[in-house]
Design a protein around this ligand. Structure first.
Ligand code: MD3
Ligand code: FE
Length: 207
């Protein structure tokens, strides 16, 4: 009961694709946030990010005054990031397959938390374009901004709902993107983790 919508030559939305993993995703994110709490990272320029973040998997995305990088341990605790649950890796691999992209084995999962009013300004993700990116939306809906290869290129607005998955590979991997300020509303599923928030899981191959 999911639907695939092309948004680029090698990018698509899989509407409702994550719903069969919903309960596993919610309970596992809650468990890992108890170990590696959501926090507001600092940009290299010294600003605190609006989106709160944590990670699971062998490599965690991190940013501070020293710059952006992937770390094996959570700098807050000195402990490894929580391991990537089987269900997460399975969802990411099956989403890449559903998007007709090569086999995908993520080793990094960045977990973004947006409260009402939070946005993510237009940016480009670094990284290895050999590997796709799989992104899962949970909780409050959001409007994704989908641009081109240059910051000044026109952007398209793409509404994303609870359970939607977006996959980007190859030629679409370096496109500019962002998230419009999240509007107040109610999550389609009642869960303490989703109270007034949007959660996004972003799977990557790093290192
Ligand atoms: C599009 N997160 O964490 S999905 C990010 O919804 C990020 O939280 C957004 O942008 C969110 O960097 C958007 C992830 C995403 C990642 C890489 C992309 C979207 C992308 C690469 C190309 C195009
Ligand atoms: Fe991004």
């Amino acid at each position: 009961p999911w639907e695939r919508i092309a948004i680029g030559r090698q990018a698509c939305v899989l509407r409702g694709f994550a719903l069969r993993w919903e309960q596993a995703l919610l309970s596992q994110v809650q468990a890992m946030a108890a170990q590696a709490p959501f926090r507001h990272l600092r940009t290299p320029g010294g600003r605190s990010m609006q989106v709160a973040m944590t990670n699971c998997g062998a490599c965690g995305w991190y940013s501070d005054a020293q710059g952006y990088r992937y770390t094996a341990t959570d700098p807050l605790s000195g402990q490894p990031w929580p391991p990537m649950p089987e269900a997460f890796a399975a969802l990411a691999a099956q989403a890449a397959e559903a998007a007709d992209l090569p086999p995908f084995a993520p080793n990094a999962c960045l977990i973004n938390r947006y409260t009402v009013g939070t946005r993510l300004t237009l940016h480009q993700d670094e990284g290895d374009a050999q590997h796709p990116i799989v992104s899962v939306s949970l909780g409050l809906p959001a409007v994704f901004l989908w641009g081109g290869d240059a910051r000044a290129d026109a952007t398209q607005k793409l509404p994303l709902q609870h359970g939607d998955v977006v996959v980007w590979g190859g030629v679409d991997r370096m496109r500019y993107h962002g998230v419009m300020p999240v509007k107040d509303g109610t999550s389609p599923v009642a869960h303490p983790l989703l109270d007034g928030v949007r959660i996004n899981l972003t799977f990557r191959r790093a290192g």
